[in-house]
Ligand binder design. Structure first.
Ligand SMILES: Cc1cc2nc3c(=O)[nH]c(=O)nc-3n(C[C@H](O)[C@H](O)[C@H](O)COP(=O)(O)O)c2cc1C
Length: 220
């Protein structure tokens, strides 16, 4: 499975089996986390066999056996949330190619507990549950291309391909609070206000770049 194929295949999964992540797969995932940390300056880490951080059936989201999670944390800069979105989603899609399912979680977990895992000077952005799916996720309702774009003149085909990939991205409460702009012959993206919309911005930036095969300028 390619990363572009993973964009089509991925849906948030909240119910996992008890099966531990296979040893070889775990090593591949740890290597990718290390590569993301080296590139981003974040301190992303994997936490295994901790059933108490992600809240159970009573909470929004109804998680089951969500015992493993990726912690997204890093230095407390203005860009922490966008960077966490960008590199977290790189790990989400990479995990999908390894046969693992995921769900971004910014609300329904015990933040105080996860914060204890952090080092000095690290700020927590969000976590991502990860494991083998017990029940598959399903496609989310989506805004249209027209609803999320502002285009001056005619945009190239790769711009449309990028936006279509971005519309398949996870966003907090499926809000899709972003705009892709085609202006002065350049692709740009910005976040609209909304809960966790800077994390969403990094996520959709990554999806756009995979779908378009081109970078997109971020307007902060
Ligand atoms: C930044 C962010 C935070 C999220 N927080 C939660 C959460 O706290 N609990 C939860 O059940 N789902 C959470 N989600 C998952 C979204 O509800 C989900 O991505 C969205 O409904 C779209 O569905 P899909 O991921 O299956 O495409 C979050 C997603 C993102 C991107």
């Amino acid at each position: 499975m390619t990363i572009r194929e993973a964009i089509d295949a991925r849906h948030s999964v909240r119910a996992y089996t008890k099966r531990p992540i296979d040893g070889g797969i775990l090593k591949t995932l740890e290597d990718e986390i290390a590569a993301c940390n080296a590139e981003s300056g974040l301190s992303i880490r994997l936490c295994l066999n901790d059933p108490s951080a992600i809240k159970g059936l009573w909470a929004y989201g109804s998680f089951e056996n969500a015992d493993n999670y990726i912690v997204l944390a890093g230095p407390d800069t203005d860009d922490l949330f966008r960077l966490s979105g960008y590199f977290g989603e790189r790990l989400v899609l990479f995990s999908e190619t390894l046969g693992l399912s995921t769900c971004w979680i910014a609300g329904s977990y015990k933040k105080g507990r996860v914060k204890k895992l952090l080092g000095d000077g690290e700020t927590l952005a969000a976590i991502i549950s990860i494991g083998y799916a017990a029940r598959p996720g399903k496609p989310h309702k989506s805004k249209s291309f027209e609803q999320v774009t502002e285009i001056e003149g005619t945009a190239p085909d790769w711009f449309r391909a990028g936006v279509e990939a971005a519309l398949l991205a996870p966003t907090a409460i499926n809000q899709q609070r972003f705009r892709f702009l085609w202006q002065d012959g350049k692709a740009k993206v910005k976040a609209l206000s909304g809960p966790y919309s800077m994390i969403d911005l990094g996520i959709v930036q990554y999806h756009f770049e995979i779908g378009a095969g081109q970078p997109v300028e971020v307007e902060l």
